[in-house]
Every structure is written in C-alpha cells, then in structure tokens.
Design a protein around this ligand. Structure first.
Ligand SMILES: [Ca+2]
Ligand SMILES: [Ca+2]
Length: 209
C-alpha cells in the first residue's frame, strides 16, 4: 500500500513564512525611507529649477534687457537684504513669488494661476524670457513642486539695478535630510539667509519674509 504524500504547507508553516515576509518588508521600508526619497526628488527639482532661473535671468538681463525691467527691478537703492521693495502704496512690487496666493507681506507679487508659468511678462516672474529669441533658456517658468505659503516651499525672485548692473537673486527652501543635514545647501550657498537656498549674482537682494 502506497503512503499518501502530504502536499502544501501546514498552517504553522504559512504563519511563519508570512511573518518573515512582513518583517522583511518593514526592514526594507525602514532602510529605503520612501518619504526621504520623495523629499530628495523634490529638492533635486528645486535645485535644478533655481539653476535654470538663474541662467535664464542672467541671459536676459545681460543681452536684451526687457522693456519693463525698470518696473520689476528695484532701481532705487543697493541690495542689502532689508529692502522693503514696493512703493509707498504697495502698487509696485519687486519681489516675485511662485505662489498664486498673497504672501501677506508688502512688496510681494503673486501670479495668476493660469499664467504662472508663462515666459512672457505675465508669468510669476514678470520679465520676458523670450529674449534673446535664439538660445532661449526657458520654455516655461518652473514652480515649486509643493508651492504653498504655509510650507515655505516656493520660489522667490528679485532684482536691483546698481552701478550699471542688474543684480538678481532666486531662492527656495529645501526639505530632505540629504540637502538640509548631510549637505546643508542653505548654509553653504554664501548667502544671507540660512534657511533658504540662494542663487544669483548678488545673494543680498532678497529680504526675509
Ligand atoms: Ca542660504
Ligand atoms: Ca539672500
């Protein structure tokens, strides 16, 4: 008589296997830290966007200065990081944010959500990035992947005109441990704001908000 061969797993074996798989999953999630990976991804975009904005601004202001440059750049005094910008009645703004809501401080300009990324002077930075027409650096204005006032994650842009030179600054806030602890870019950029990553040809242009 043939012995019956037992097939499959017993309940105990199944429980052991499932427990091991769950533990392995937890270990993998802890090691990978998906939240940090996502934060690093957003930061990489921010660093890239800031570099793009700096390059495009430099190209425009150094070649064919937009006709409205005098109205979007503070031409009244040297940048010192404390400028109030804007005129007395607040009708003119010289600090532009990628937010589409009011930042709640004088001198700031927020964009219309429908045109925020336009490279004509209706984008959140109100200068015309279509010049020069060849070698154009931007096809659309980048906006922060989070872009909310409450989080602090949004881009800012400002410029002055001093001694025959347009001086500009772009800044953003970073969030990942990689770029705020291991490689703390906000404190190593040479700027005057230790909580934001600054770029431009004069890092004293933008004030705190
Ligand atoms: Ca800084
Ligand atoms: Ca600054």
């Amino acid at each position: 008589m043939l012995k019956s061969i037992q097939k499959g797993f017993t309940l105990i074996e199944l429980i052991i296997v499932i427990t091991i798989l769950v533990l392995l999953g937890v270990v993998v999630i802890v090691l990978i830290d998906p939240a940090e990976i996502l934060a690093q991804s957003r930061d990489s975009q921010r660093i890239s966007d800031v570099a793009s904005l700096k390059g495009a601004t430099q190209l425009v202001l150094a070649s064919a200065v937009p006709s409205n440059a005098a109205t979007v750049c503070d031409i009244t005094d040297a940048p010192d990081g404390t400028d109030t910008y804007g005129n007395a009645t607040g009708t003119t703004s010289y600090v532009f944010s990628s937010l589409t809501t009011d930042i709640g401080a004088s001198g700031y300009n927020q964009s219309a959500s429908t045109t925020a990324q336009s490279i004509t002077n209706t984008g959140w930075v109100q200068i015309d990035y279509r010049t020069p027409s060849t070698g154009r650096a931007l096809t659309s204005l980048p906006i922060d992947p989070t872009n909310t006032l409450a989080s602090g994650y949004f881009y800012r842009w400002g410029c002055n005109y001093v001694n025959g030179l347009y001086q500009y600054e772009v800044d953003t806030k970073l969030e990942s441990a990689k770029y705020t602890v291991t490689d703390n870019k906000a404190t190593k950029d040479g700027g005057n704001n230790s909580s934001r990553y600054e770029s431009g040809n004069n890092l004293g242009v933008l004030r705190s908000y």
